[in-house]
Write a protein of this length. Sequence first.
Length: 226
Amino acid sequence: MRQTDLMVTVGFLHTSPVHVPVFDGLVAAADPSATTLTVVDAELLDAARRLGTSDVGVFAGIEHAIRELADGGADRVVCTCSTIGDAAEVIGRRIGVDVTRVDRAMAERAVAVGERIVVLVTLESTIEPTIDLLRSVARASGVPPSLRAIMVEGAWACFAAGDLDGHHALVAAAIRRVGDEADVVVLAQASMAPAADLVDVGFPVLISPTLAVDGLLDAPSASSDP
């Protein structure tokens, strides 16, 4: 547990309400002086899956959510949806809001751990943005990664139906099947994180929520820059 010199307000853009208590709890445990603001918009993910994040309406919806958080007093914003995370960062840079995608810190850790990176996903729309992020981070680090994405079939249907136990079990089984094919496994979506607690394997299994919260609380706030 730590406390920042200045009280920090963290804004979260979620596309599922299940993430609200998870991230609020992580922030409270990491820094009791920090406060949180939340926007939950499941329609953003649905629209992004159908139309892509470059669609004008999707882009505008993401921008509206980010502005709502910033106007509410958020010092920094984290987008917890991997599908729209890249667009959220682009919009943040354009409108002057400190926005970080939930999987950025995880990607940085993965590249530092090893070259053979297996990415598990439950949504097809997550594959491209996650692989692109890992490639970008690897290039910046001068590391030539071997990247492989695996779809965990049936897991998203369980999640969408509210069967979280079934979702986590399918993801855990997929982790075990990786075997010795990876130096590190990345669980691409924040919703997959609980599955990591169900396995005991001989390689790191990285999840985004804890790494994201630690990174955003350690980062200096844009509002505190001289």
